[in-house]
Design a protein around this ligand. Structure first.
Ligand SMILES: Nc1ncnc2c1ncn2[C@@H]1O[C@H](COP(=O)(O)OP(=O)(O)O)[C@@H](O)[C@H]1O
Ligand SMILES: [Mg+2]
Length: 352
């Protein structure tokens, strides 16, 4: 049975401090959605509300057609995987995995079979008799994963499950989590502050800031078409250039940046351009040329990136970072033109 999770306009407070404000989010049946944001933005608080460890001050949470909002935590049937594993140190690996089955009064024999089977699926067969203290971090996290999966919960939630593992293991484990989640079709809510992890593991990602969701979309859309300046900066658009349209000529728009520099953009390539807008581009999204129609710049420090040269540029509109071709290194102090590449740029509404 796969069900959807819907979080409807919830707010949460610790004492008098508002932590989440009017947050809404839905996870479709079988989907994995991540909450991504810097420390303190409210990711764990959101999970605690869904798990029932914290009560919202307003709003509702539903799993399928069950209203969870007032159900006690133990009645919510959610599988949880935490950063610190939270294994029972005095129980063997097998007993840890079987724990939830015991609570659900599954008979001993069936419990052992199910737990052993799940241990095999997470690559730990043979370790069932060990105590958690005799496992590596990666093995402990696999036990925690097996323990969450074995109860076949309608919803799985992960809170920074890989943060205590080394880099290589983090990558392996996230692939394994994704495979198990896909194979079981378990609706999942995953929390991380690591963009690469969130993008690689998720169907959709919610980028959070200060208790709000700034954008919820597929990783591809977030990466290429951020909806606002916050998300654009978050996904690496180094250059956000405020522009005002001064002339429109069929599909072509001439816009002026600070300092009076002008560039002409085609709406056929960039999409509709409002009178007042922000052009977002990564360093890779600006082509550095000796001449042409673009933003005039004086090249500053050049660094070698392997795939390109990166230039710190001075322009009438301020400092800009742009990458130029390896075939044509240009000297610091020289002048150049920066040409935005439409497919790598985004057009945003100005903020404030
Ligand atoms: N038990 C608590 N009491 C008071 N404030 C808390 C408590 N837990 C978290 N906070 C505050 O709530 C905000 C959100 O925290 P949290 O949800 O843990 O963020 P994240 O998981 O995204 O790092 C932070 O400002 C944090 O300091
Ligand atoms: Mg947290």
């Amino acid at each position: 049975m796969t069900v959807s999770l819907s979080i409807n306009s919830i707010s949460a407070h610790y004492g008098k401090t508002a932590v989440l404000q009017d947050l809404s989010l839905s996870v479709e049946a079988g989907e994995l959605v991540s909450l991504l944001g810097s420390s303190g933005c409210g990711k764990t608080t959101t999970l605690r509300l869904v798990a029932g460890f914290l009560q919202p001050t307003s709003g509702a949470i539903k799993l399928g057609d069950r209203d969870l909002t007032t159900l006690p935590a133990h009645a919510r049937d959610i599988g949880l995987v935490f950063q610190n594993y939270a294994l029972f140190p005095h129980l063997t690996v097998l007993e840890n995995v079987a724990f939830g089955l015991k609570q659900r009064r599954i008979p001993t024999q069936e419990r052992r079979l199910k737990a052993a089977d799940m241990l095999e699926r997470v690559g730990l067969s043979g370790l069932g008799d060990r105590l958690p203290g005799a496992l590596s971090g990666g093995q402990k996290q696999r036990v925690a994963l097996a323990r969450a999966l074995v109860i076949e919960p309608p919803l799985l939630m992960f809170d920074e499950p890989l943060s205590n593992l080394d880099a290589k293991l983090r990558v392996d484990m996230r692939v394994e989590i994704r495979q198990l989640q896909r194979a079981n079709g378990t609706t999942s809510l995953y929390v991380t502050h690591d963009q690469e992890e969130a993008f690689s593991i998720s169907d959709r990602v919610a980028i959070m800031n200060a208790g709000r969701i700034m954008q919820l979309d597929t990783p591809e859309t977030l990466y290429r078409k951020p909806a606002n300046g916050f998300v654009a900066r978050f996904v690496g658009f180094e250059n956000l250039l405020r522009l005002r349209v001064v002339e429109r000529e069929s599909a072509f728009v001439t816009a002026e940046a600070g300092g009076g520099a002008r560039i002409t953009l085609s709406q056929d390539a960039f999409g509709p351009i409002p009178d007042d807008f922000v052009l977002g581009c990564r360093a890779d999204g600006l082509s550095v040329r000796r001449e042409g129609d673009g933003l005039p710049a004086v090249l500053g420090t050049r660094t070698y990136l392997g795939r390109a040269y990166q230039y710190q540029c001075r322009t009438p509109a301020g400092a800009i970072v742009a990458n130029g071709a390896l075939s044509e290194p240009m000297a610091a102090g020289g002048s150049a033109v920066l040409v935005p590449m439409p497919e790598q740029c985004c057009i945003l509404k100005p903020e404030g």
